[in-house]
Design a protein around this ligand. Structure first.
Ligand SMILES: [Zn+2]
Ligand SMILES: [Zn+2]
Length: 168
């Protein structure tokens, strides 16, 4: 989604309010496919201040993840803040630093939000802090079923290690 910053850059305005819904395709994230199941709302503004231009605001959306422990699909609301400087793409900064750039008076808001969102996603996503995961022996979902494998087959000395592995 392209947004024109012409009036900001030319100085007619110092503030541009934004409240937009952005649709993005599903993302590949750390090898897992995640589905962005709602538009991403961005509520914020573009500010021109002391000859610099900033984007400041908040995004939120619903994402469908796969639980790292029990492989169940679940939806979680993801929110985050953006506070970044925007630079003209022919400026010195755009060549040397990692800023979001303005091309032909335009920024790609979808791209900015997408990068910020991907950076903020948790590395291992679990459906619930209390998720018990799958039984490593028989594979049942321990959140919904009981099994007797653990008492029978897991060496008590290894139980502690297993607990640590499940907590990661
Ligand atoms: Zn789970
Ligand atoms: Zn089992």
């Amino acid at each position: 989604m392209k947004i024109s910053l012409k009036e900001i850059i030319e100085g007619q305005k110092t503030l541009l309010d934004l409240d937009v819904d952005i649709r993005l395709d599903d993302e590949a994230y750390l090898g897992d496919e995640i589905s962005i199941v709602s538009p991403i709302n961005f509520l914020g503004k573009i500010i021109s201040q002391s000859e610099k231009i900033f984007i400041v605001g908040k995004y939120s959306c619903d994402i469908e993840f796969i639980c790292h422990r029990c492989v169940k699909h679940f939806t979680k609301k993801i929110e985050g803040n953006i506070e970044e400087e925007l630079v003209l793409n022919d400026s010195e900064e755009s060549k040397t630093e990692d800023f979001y750039s303005i091309n032909n008076y335009m920024i790609d808001l979808g791209e900015i939000v997408r990068s910020e969102l991907t950076l903020s996603l948790p590395i291992k996503v679990i459906c619930d802090d209390k998720c018990r995961g799958l039984c490593p022996v028989c594979g049942v979902d321990l959140n919904t079923e009981e099994c007797t494998c653990e008492q029978d087959k897991i060496d008590p000395r290894l139980a502690k290690l297993k607990e640590l592995l499940q907590n990661d």
